[in-house]
Design a binder for this molecule. Sequence first.
Ligand code: UD1
Ligand code: M6R
Length: 690
Amino acid sequence: MCGIFAYLNFGVSRERRYILQVLFNGLRRLEYRGYDSAGISIDDCLLSCASTSSSSSSSPSPLVFRQEGNIESLVKSVYEDVAATELNLEESFTVHAGIAHTRWATHGEPAPRNSHPQTSGAGNEFLVVHNGVITNYEVLKETLVRHGFTFESETDTEVIPKFAKFVFDKANEAEGDQPVTFSQVVLEVMKYLEGAYALIFKSKHYPNELIACKRGSPLLLGVKELNEDASNGSTLHDSKFLSMNGQPKELFLSSDANAIVEHTKKVLVVEDGEVLHIKEGGVSILKFDNAKGRHGAARSTPSSVQRALSILEMEVEQINKGNYEHYMQKEIHEQPESLTTTMRGRLIRGGSCKAKSVLLGGLKDHLKTIRRSRRIVFIGCGTSYNAALAARPILEELSGIPVSMEVASDLLDRQGPIYREDTAVFVSQSGETADTLNALEYASENGALCVGITNTVGSAIARHTHCGVHINAGAEIGVASTKAYTSQIVVMAMLALAIGGDTISNQARREAIIDGLYDLPNKVREVLKLDAEMKELANLLIAEQSLLVFGRGYNYATALEGALKVKEVALMHSEGILAGEMKHGPLALVDENLPIVVIATRDACFSKQQSVIQQLHARKGRLIVMCSKGDAASVCPGNSCRVIEVPIVEDCLQPVINVVPLQLLAYHLTVLRGYNVDQPRNLAKSVTTL
Ligand code: UD1
Ligand code: M6R
């Protein structure tokens, strides 16, 4: 996936230097979405910068800067180019539209020609930044080539600005017509685009205007009013505000809220099929009525719509590193707080004669249907899948409903059966993972009740599911998911409590889990004290090629998740293994060199794990055993292995505790091995392409 950003100042003077800074900062906030190349476009201004007219003839061509590498490489190259061309950084613009992009390569290697903005050709008549994938780009490209266009990139995106120029030229050739407007050009282009996209257009022919549109990929508009009188007169939910032309304002378009919240909290979450035309300080919104599925092109006639602004429930501090070196480190250490927020208002203490319970506002009207389901199917990818796996046993125990697990891509590959009587639960931190979204479309078409568990309010999964629960873990910026994982498990444990009947026979168990949830943040605080110990362990493992993690029961998921963390950030081969499968293959790998983490905390599987440890010992395995506090001697007689002692909690919540030392281990291993913790090689925060 990629990040797109735009900044438009209207009626307020801004120097070019300031505009560049806003664009670069926007990209820095979005860098976690993709970081192999980046680009921006701003105006040259030799002629009439202050003009707000749409007359194109005298407009200078927009400048485009593109660079391979991270945002700082782009920043450096822009300032070098600016110095070489003597472009004046102090020059002021009372209106200016700049666009920016940070890329995660899908079509073509990271290189300036494949970076965005992509252009219609010489003169940069139309420029586009894009997040998503155009699935029918080859057909469009063939058509454009037949009409004389030449392509310089391998991207799917390049067809868009070229197609816009094609439409523009055709419209202008037609005699007797009114001059075609920017939105008419884009609406025509959109009719032919298939796939998922969020796009921002800038054009030499429409100076100081921007068009943004989306289908499938996320897009927000942030609005900052600069005139007190205007803001007093317009209430937040006054949709007319958006079309208030002439009032000084700053507008921001972004793939997510991270790049907007430092400027304003007033946002419009753009919906699929909508086209925003920003012109002369106003925003008009057009919408294709029959917004097709995520992949179909828009074929209907668009009509004008009014939308209200909403307030971002997020603070700037959430997206800063604070006193931490890296986002992943910050996010690991803030888990006591993120878990508290996840549970806030959702645990009910009970009274003298009332049992303790949970209240999930987003599900209360659907619990009856869920309880009647023939089965519950958890669907997700990566860490989100692992979180669901960790919660599966408690959901089965408390609900008595069979729970099956599906990796989203595999469900689709198999076209696995999903029925009307199923409840399909989609777990996704970002709420925009392409595989999970496609599985959602598939399950929805098959008539299942679709429940979302996501961290991102307004995300595609939140919007396309019938109901759901926001995990409220706060912005997670490190590519490796940490705090979202623990919050997801907690939400799914609460889901199990909400679905499960409150019978006399299970009351003690339910109360123990609820008490355990109340105390969980404290216990996580306690386990975080292992930080130095995990750093020491990381030092010992720094040069290893491989690491195995054995778990079972509640902690099979911990083994998978711990191994995934080590793999994705420390770039060390690491495998999570179901301990029950040990003798069916993995045992062959065991020798005195290969480090093996065995999770053997207290639960129903404890004695089986003790036996696993003995068998690994017998083969001279190099063991690191994670056990409950006080169990070191019993799991590791004669100090024969290294031990990680963790606090004990209710068994179904133990995965929340046990994953923390493994997160810390992955973090320290990465730093010690000298790799980029927050932006691991080849990965992006959410995978919006198939
Ligand atoms: C909601 C409010 C919260 C407020 C609380 C108090 C939102 C986002 N949440 O929280 O600010 O403090 O009420 O009453 O406004 N949903 C989906 N799919 C998903 C996730 C959620 O459809 O993947 C739906 C839910 O069914 C629900 C709505 O989104 O209708 C909000 O969900 P959630 O934030 O979990 O609800 P509450 O915890 O009640
Ligand atoms: O946003 P999602 O939870 O849907 O993302 C799913 C996976 O792509 C994600 O969990 C991935 O495995 C993480 N990088 C793991 O840290």
